[in-house]
Design a protein around this ligand. Structure first.
Ligand SMILES: Nc1ncnc2c1ncn2[C@@H]1O[C@H](COP(=O)(O)OP(=O)(O)OP(=O)(O)O)[C@@H](O)[C@H]1O
Length: 376
């Protein structure tokens, strides 16, 4: 499908949103939607109630509408209640779009035969807890091969909770079935993470980052002005995260950036270093008995690209053989001699220009078309 075709689908989604009285994207949606539509993996943090659910649901639906044959998408949430909440959000949007998609929510209370029925033919969207997915894989309700062949998006919603509720093992086990072509998104609430104790925070964030390293591969470069999203490029070696950075905008809207860089010499380039960084650094470097090595090993075993051997295969061929830009922001590239302040102003000016979901879409279409990366 061409992007103009995709635009028509967007109109349908925009109409559906308008029926829910949702006219303008929230900041996290402004940043997330274009990047996710471009095929980026993302780690997004923004405070509770900032619209993170739609930030990933809209691109997931958009791609689902455009994909033929249809792909499967997995949304992992920490609790049954959230499972129900996300399920209702998806089904109401789909209903308003007047399209037919199979969406299921899984519960651990379901019998194996119920689970099997729900998962027959692999639904378009599965909302589940990680534990329940593991059960399905173990009892054969879900065929690992089917998942590997069709998974288009893996979303870890409320990743901070997912990873502090003891789901780490389930998530790590699940990553073995995530194809390299799968787009992975981690969404979490900064406020909630900050409200927890330093130890828990370090542990959750580290695990989130590790999961993302495992699932996504770390980014090659990150710009400190990038608000809330990180582009993941080719996987350098060794695949171990060295450092996190965090940045919170004035209104706390975009939350933090998680980055994984591999060269300590990149640190201190005017990027923020706060106490949280130190905690995280300590946690990361002290990886002896952490899951870090296990994840790194799994990553290597999976044969993900090493050094700069190129981007991941298969994602519609869009990233193939491309020079992956070092980072992605909404806005034109800044000239090298532009001061930081001017750069920031340019970025924010550009964001201000995009003030409706339709406009975001137009902007994305323009950007994506100009890069000539989406073919079908
Ligand atoms: N662009 C928007 N305009 C108006 N309302 C919106 C917009 N996006 C989402 N909402 C509404 O805001 C409410 C909160 O959104 P949502 O649950 O996605 O927040 P969240 O960031 O995921 O919060 P949490 O971290 O608690 O899950 C929902 O009722 C949702 O329908």
């Amino acid at each position: 499908m061409t992007m103009s075709g995709a635009s028509k689908i967007w109109a349908r989604l925009v109409r559906a949103l308008s029926k829910k009285s949702i006219e303008k994207p929230t900041p996290i949606q402004r940043f997330a939607i274009p990047l996710i539509l471009k095929g980026e993996d993302a780690v997004a943090r923004a405070k509770t109630g900032s619209g993170k659910t739609l930030a990933y649901l809209l691109p997931v639906l958009q791609k689902l509408f455009a994909d033929s044959p249809s792909k499967s998408n997995l949304i992992l949430v920490p609790t049954r209640e959230l499972c129900q909440q996300v399920y209702l959000e998806v089904t109401s949007l789909i209903e308003l779009c007047r399209v037919q998609l199979k969406v299921v929510q899984l519960r651990s209370t379901m019998s194996a035969s119920e689970l099997k029925t729900y998962l027959a033919g692999l639904p378009d969207i599965v909302v589940s807890t990680p534990a329940c997915m593991q059960t399905c894989l173990k009892n054969g309700s879900l065929q690992a091969k089917a998942l590997q062949e069709s998974l288009s998006f893996l979303v870890l919603d409320e990743a901070d909770l997912l990873l502090s509720y003891g789901y780490e093992d389930d998530i790590i086990a699940l990553t073995a079935y995530v194809p390299k072509s799968c787009q992975c998104l981690l969404m979490s609430a900064t406020a909630r993470l900050q409200a927890t104790t330093p130890d828990r925070m370090a542990s959750a964030t580290t695990t989130a980052a590790l999961a993302s390293v495992h699932l996504l591969g770390p980014p090659t470069h990150v710009d400190p002005l990038d608000r809330g999203f990180v582009k993941f490029g080719p996987l350098p070696q060794p695949p171990l995260p060295d450092r996190f950075q965090s940045e919170v905008d004035e209104g706390g809207c975009y939350g933090e950036i998680i980055t994984h860089t591999h060269s300590p010499t990149r640190d201190g380039d005017g990027e923020l270093c706060d106490s949280e960084d130190s905690i995280l650094d300590a946690e990361l470097y002290d990886s002896e008995n952490s899951i870090l090595e296990a994840v790194a090993k799994k990553l290597m075993d999976r044969g993900l690209p090493s050094e700069n051997s190129g981007s991941r295969e298969g994602r519609d061929g869009r990233l193939e053989d491309q020079q992956v830009p070092s980072f992605d922001v909404i806005g034109p590239p800044c000239s090298p001699d532009m001061s930081k302040e001017t750069e920031e102003e340019a970025l924010l000016d550009d964001v201000e220009e995009v003030d409706s979901i339709e406009e975001v879409n137009k902007a994305v279409v323009a950007r994506v078309t100009s890069q000539d990366v989406i073919e079908n």
